[in-house]
Design a protein around this ligand. Sequence first.
Ligand code: ATP
Ligand code: ZN
Length: 219
Amino acid sequence: MTRLRIAVQSKGRLSEGGMDLLKRCGLRFAYGRDKLHQRAENMPVDLMLVRDDDIPNFVASGACDYGIVGENVLREEQLAGGRTAELEIALRLGFATCRLKLAVPVEGEIRDLADLQGKAIATSYPGITRAYLATRGIDVEIVEMRGSVEVAPRLHIADAICDLVSSGATLQANGLKAIETVFESEAVLIRRKGVQAPETDSIARILMRRAEGVIASSQ
Ligand code: ATP
Ligand code: ZN
């Protein structure tokens, strides 16, 4: 029997919530978390545990049928072009909510969006950041960073940052304040657009129906 393949983040903010949701949908797994591949014992479903940034491409290429990923990562990968344009959101999952925000030093002369003209902005989301500012007529230099974006202004690597924020504590601890929300995100279930493979579509439908119930009951 063909098994449904779902990509989930191996460790990080989406992995616990993702695994938790799948378990509450009735899936049972035999092994611990440190495996690339997990086989559900009671349904024809396999999980691939990978880095979140790889999930859109894994689903777009057909290596996996579905993926659980932050909408921010989906959007960024789609702006980078390629096959991820063929992806769609099958279900909004309601966890891992966060905002991508532009933030500037508290003590400084940048106060609003217009002040960013010609400035350097550090971010892990160059596509989303550039697109947002471009539609507002603001041209910036993007400094791409993989992590610890919040230290960039202090190190004089950039004038401002565009980074994921949930509570705002990290910004505050680094002498930064948000001036604009660029993107609102939550975990989403993604798949390729169009007709799904009939062998796996029925199991996907069952899981999604259950997931809707789980999400509704936890809100
Ligand atoms: P990986 O090693 O898989 O690449 P990562 O460091 O990119 O991990 P996490 O920090 O675990 O990933 O974040 C995964 C996702 O969780 C983000 O892309 C975002 O959608 C969501 N998220 C929710 N709250 C936050 C937050 N406060 N900061 C960062 N991401 C958050
Ligand atoms: Zn990542």
